[in-house]
Ligand binder design. Sequence first.
Ligand code: GAR
Length: 204
Amino acid sequence: MKTRIAVFVSGGGTNLQALIHAQAENKIPDGEIALVLSSRADAYALKRAEAASIPTAVVSRKEAKSAEDFEAKILAALESHGIEMIVLAGFMSILSENFTARFPARILNVHPSLIPSFCGAGFYGLRVHEAALSYGVKVTGATVHFVNEIPDGGQILLQKAVEIREGDTPEILQKRVMEEAEWILLPKATAMVAKRIRDEKTEK
Ligand code: GAR
């Protein structure tokens, strides 16, 4: 059986869209996106999932009583959909060790810089690109890594460099990093890990 994947989102969902395209082109042959879980009810990513006929769940961080309550609700949704692997694609909440330890080497994240630059708590979305531009680096990029208890600290799977150009704004740079790196790396890493998990099941 294919590896059942949940994609976690909070916003626009362009990385989710890249995964949906890759799946349609059979580039994730050992995995199946079985759930899209959003931490916000108004995330546009949910519309992309619905358009692709992928089941969705909303677990609101704001409405959860605590971090524990938030994660317990997420775990319940994962269980009811038989999820074996998680892809964080613009998911803007940090998961605790209690959660990440349940899925060792089974949670992926895409981060819009070359880790260990411009990463960790507080570095997300446009802020990452603002930090790269204000530091004045000439090269940035994206990283796909496993998720553990350290924010952006898990093992690196794939990285790709992207050039910074004269006149870049955070928005222009964000778009270039997505187009040249994130949307390519995330489906590729997802396919690799889905295959590994499927192989582990058949070996048993
Ligand atoms: C992406 O650039 C992703 O790398 C970043 O948020 C954006 C989400 O866009 N993630 C982080 O900063 C995580 N620390 P999307 O919703 O269009 O995929």
